[in-house]
Design a protein around this ligand. Structure first.
Ligand code: ACO
Length: 434
């Protein structure tokens, strides 16, 4: 869905030579206003510069609405709070990808597709054996997702039916994630069980062993559903923009998603959940003086940051972090776990939210501040946290890829630059160089 230019509104730009450019204004359904600069270079020779795309809308999109000042997040118009409470991950995935909540029949068909496509080709199992046990699971996941395109070459045809690729991705990425964990700890791979629902099946593949019956805890199943829903989309973030950028070249959906997984890996993005736990463990190991740590952050000692705090878009409490903080208490109580890292995290949040450094910069806990503590309590190892994020973000990436492919106005992503290098100069042969 593209936002229309408002005929009554335009923006006037005065250029250094005194000429003026009249630029149309585009208005979104939530009254967001954007100056459309697409004609600027052709008409004036000027481009705009915006490193980190702080202020650039790369597309219009009908998937997710986010108001960072108010702390609002909605998928396809439904609030994140309501979805986390009343929906499940598969239904929310359908909503994001197909734009509406499924009816009973659609929900059943979608569920059956996910169940039928949960296995990965047996030949792919050899790939796991090729990685050293110390491999980061994000390296394995991204490589395996790229490899899926070799097993389903019809994805190279842009006109191929995408529903099948969508179901394959959603289902197989879950299997790959669990298998990569089993491989890393040297346990036999547990195949998916068709009788289990999406999240329960993942927990089974992660934690069951052939020698005993594994019963999935309904509390953990619900918590996993909620965690994945909270991560499912976040409009044009770094990894989603990467998926769109790679997909805009016509690369297949597996290649685009693998690129998104790699973009997510960084500690400033999805890798922050791992970085939060590492930060809390470091504080605990060095005596638990979190006040000193916060002081180091404020004084930028060793370029420290309070991981899990701050967000490019949220300048208010991240609504997902609010839900996660509550969930943290519930899951830990259910499991009878008292995690000293949770106490540290709460203590740090309390002082940061009263401290002028964080208040003036509008730095609040983000989705990654509490998610790692829940994953840890569930028995998921720290280096798998970003894989869990990828599993959650998958329907969002797919929804954006689909929206982009179906939009007839899509162009290859190709920003410009302002060149700051050398002026033209003559080549000097090596024996004449001083
Ligand atoms: N701790 C301490 N100071 C911070 C933090 C933090 N977590 N985040 C931002 N700041 C400070 C910066 O030092 C900078 O200060 P200055 O103006 O004195 O130089 C100011 O706030 C603005 O920071 P930027 O890095 O310019 O803000 P940007 O919007 O580019 O970065 C980001 C956002 C990357 C999320 C940042 O807040 C950060 O590094 N947070 C920690 C990592 C993290 O939790 N990432 C997960 C984000 S959520 C997600 O991707 C799922």
């Amino acid at each position: 869905m593209s936002a229309a230019a408002d005929k009554k509104l335009s923006a006037k730009l005065t250029l250094p030579d005194g000429k003026e450019a009249n630029l149309p204004v585009v208005v979104g359904t939530e009254d967001e206003h954007a100056i459309d600069i697409r004609s600027l270079r052709n008409e004036t020779g000027f481009i705009t510069i915006d490193t980190g795309y702080m202020n650039t809308g790369s597309t219009t999109s009908a998937i997710t609405y986010l108001d960072g000042e108010q702390g609002v997040l909605r998928y396809r118009g439904y609030s994140i709070e309501e979805l986390a409470e009343k929906s499940n991950f598969v239904e929310t995935s359908y909503l994001l990808i197909y734009g509406k909540l499924p009816n009973t029949q659609e929900r059943e068909q979608f569920g059956t597709m996910l169940t039928r496509h949960s296995l990965i080709h047996e030949d792919l199992h050899h790939f796991f054996a090729g990685y050293p046990p110390t491999s980061h699971p994000m390296a394995v996941l991204s490589a395996m997702v790229t490899s899926l395109s070799a097993y389903y070459p019809d994805c190279l045809d842009r006109n191929s039916p995408t529903d099948l690729h969508i179901a394959r991705l959603l289902s197989k990425v879950r299997t790959i994630a669990a298998f990569s964990y089993k491989k890393s700890i040297g346990q036999p791979l547990m195949y998916p069980k068709n009788s289990l629902k999406y999240c329960a099946n993942f927990l089974h593949m992660m934690f069951a062993v052939p020698s005993e019956e594994y019963v999935v805890s309904p509390v953990l199943e619900k918590a996993l559903n909620q965690l994945l829903i909270l991560h499912a989309d976040h409009e044009q973030n770094c990894s989603t923009s990467t998926v769109r950028m790679v997909g805009s070249s016509g690369a297949n959906v597996y290649a685009a998603i693998a690129a998104g997984i790699l973009a997510l890996w960084g500690p400033l993005h999805g890798g922050a959940n791992q970085a939060v736990i590492e930060m809390l463990e470091e504080i605990k190991l060095s005596g638990g003086d979190y006040k000193k740590f916060v002081d180091d952050v404020k004084n930028k000692r060793d370029n420290r940051r309070l991981m899990g705090f701050g967000h490019r878009v949220y300048k208010n409490y991240d609504p997902r972090a609010k839900i996660l903080k509550k969930m943290c208490d519930e899951v830990l109580a259910h499991l009878g776990i008292k995690d000293p890292l949770l106490e540290l995290a709460k203590g740090m949040e309390e002082i940061a939210l009263k401290d002028d450094y964080f208040v003036s910069k509008k730095l609040y806990p983000n989705v990654d501040f509490y998610s790692g503590i829940i994953y840890r309590a569930m028995g998921i190892p720290t280096n798998m946290f970003t894989v869990m994020f990828a599993l959650g973000r998958l329907p969002g990436w797919i929804a954006h890829w689909k929206e982009m492919v179906e939009d007839k106005d899509t162009k290859i992503g190709r920003p410009r630059q302002v060149y700051t290098g050398e002026r033209p100069r003559k080549f000097v042969p090596i024996d004449q160089r001083t």
